[in-house]
Design a binder for this molecule. Structure first.
Ligand SMILES: Cc1cc2nc3c(=O)[nH]c(=O)nc-3n(C[C@H](O)[C@H](O)[C@H](O)COP(=O)(O)OP(=O)(O)OC[C@H]3O[C@@H](n4cnc5c(N)ncnc54)[C@H](O)[C@@H]3O)c2cc1C
Length: 400
């Protein structure tokens, strides 16, 4: 019998598998795709803290960024920069493969083309049911971790509840022309409720994408058409990918013998949709908790609850402030976005970001509160009034 079965060979699942295997535990990772890193839809931007935690080969870094330009619908822009590199754009499929390889080297076993359909647990073990290339198969272990990314039915089947708010990430692989820094488009006609981006990667390639709630296919096409018309990309005919990003955490991330970790648990920055770093931080906590459970032979929900307590202690405040900021941002119309950019330009917001010690690529809470404070103190009364208009109504179901 295995000590732990991890469902999902994304960055979080493989990082956790390596940690546990290094502690000498018998690890099995089940992945539904035939190849690790296949069809990953992600920009792969992480901050320095995440890069340090990953400690990966530098070849996986496609590009570095120390600046970004925010551009509104009317073409007004605001450039933010810092003296040192702030973000790293990673080769996401290669990252998945590298982390899986490290876990294998540490002793973990991988089964690909194995889609987990159910997990049952009793007082002696977990039984993981899967479809392996169409044939039913089951695996036994002391514990199981759900690391499937967002959208899996497993959390609900396990009584962990469900995430009630999410947004769609849509992205295309493009060839860029004359773009050497990250561009972010604040235009709610182009990317309703979210924002769009163009990120140069390597060798003239780049990623154009957006977070939006409405018709991502149509809006991504419009973004590509607009970028092509501006001469920023060479062709609007680009391969596209889509993924749903949770904006809230899963209500419960543990049960008897079971944990949920990473994007499936909603351990994602609601401001940017970035989930790699927070997922890894929570995987570290999960590894410690599971090691303790395996060492003491105590797999009870009450012991595993300490995982949720610890990750919430680390992230809950960030997730709550980030979600509040997301909700305020999504309710702004394009006029208000223009006003916000003007305000940022004329007050000290760029300085707050480029020079402040509060700035962190991964921890936004303090900066958000600081900006809100500046807004309240500095924004003309008429501006404040227009920011507190009735919020727009939101559709929770979005056709792609
Ligand atoms: C357009 C877009 C851009 C993004 N950009 C960034 C970014 O720049 N930076 C950042 O930090 N984050 C970004 N994200 C989010 C990031 O991709 C995720 O947060 C991250 O991949 C989560 O890792 P994970 O290991 O938890 O899940 P995943 O990476 O989703 O891995 C889960 C794995 O589980 C497998 N799986 C699922 N169900 C089953 C099953 N039943 N049985 C077996 N296997 C299963 C899947 O095939 C997959 O391989 C972006 C997301 C999108 C959509």
């Amino acid at each position: 019998m295995h000590d732990t079965i991890i469902v999902g060979a994304g960055p979080v699942g493989s990082y956790l598998a390596e940690k546990l295997a290094r502690h000498g535990h018998r690890l099995l990772v089940l992945e539904k795709k035939p190849d690790i890193g296949e069809e990953v839809c992600c920009t792969g931007i992480v901050g320095k803290e995440c890069l340090d935690l990953l400690s990966i080969d530098k070849n996986l870094i496609l590009n570095k960024a120390n600046s970004a330009i925010f551009i509104t619908a009317s073409g007004k822009s605001l450039r933010l920069w810092r003296n040192e590199d702030v973000a790293y754009i990673l080769d996401r499929p290669a990252l998945n493969r590298a982390l899986a390889q490290r876990a294998r080297t540490a002793g973990a076993t991988y089964c690909l083309q194995t889609q987990v359909t159910n997990i049952q647990h009793d007082s002696n073990r977990v039984c993981v049911h899967a479809s392996q290339q169409g044939k039913p198969e089951s695996f036994e272990a002391q514990t199981a971790v759900v690391a499937t990314g967002f959208g899996s039915p497993l959390p609900a089947m396990l009584g962990l509840g469900k995430i009630n708010d999410s947004i769609i990430g849509a992205q295309a692989k493009v060839q860029v022309k004359g773009i050497d820094e990250v561009e972010l488009y604040l235009d709610h006609k182009l990317a309703p409720d979210g924002f769009a981006w163009l990120v140069p990667t390597k060798d003239g390639k780049g990623l154009a994408g957006m977070m939006t709630r409405q018709q991502p296919k149509k809006h991504l096409r419009q973004l590509l058409t607009s970028l092509k018309a501006q001469g920023k990309i060479t062709s609007e005919d680009a391969p596209c990918g889509y993924g749903v990003i949770p904006l809230l955490p899963l209500p419960r991330t543990y049960a008897n013998r079971i944990l949920a970790v990473g994007e499936v648990a909603g351990q994602v920055k609601p401001t940017t949709g970035g989930g790699i770093y927070y997922g890894l931080l929570c995987a570290d906590i999960a590894a410690d908790t599971l090691s303790r459970a395996l060492a003491t032979n105590d797999f009870s929900a009450s012991l595993l609850a300490s995982y949720q307590k610890q990750w919430q202690a680390k992230l809950k405040r960030e997730l709550s402030i980030g979600y509040l900021a997301h909700r305020m941002f999504r309710d702004l119309g394009n006029k208000q976005l223009e006003m916000l950019l003007n305000f940022a330009n004329s007050f000290s917001i760029p300085k707050l970001i480029t020079e402040s010690r509060d700035f962190s690529f991964d921890w936004h809470g303090r900066l958000i509160l600081n900006i809100l404070r500046q807004l309240i103190l500095g924004f003309p009364a008429q501006g404040i009034a227009s920011f507190s208009k009735q919020p727009k109504k939101h559709n929770q179901t979005i056709p792609i």
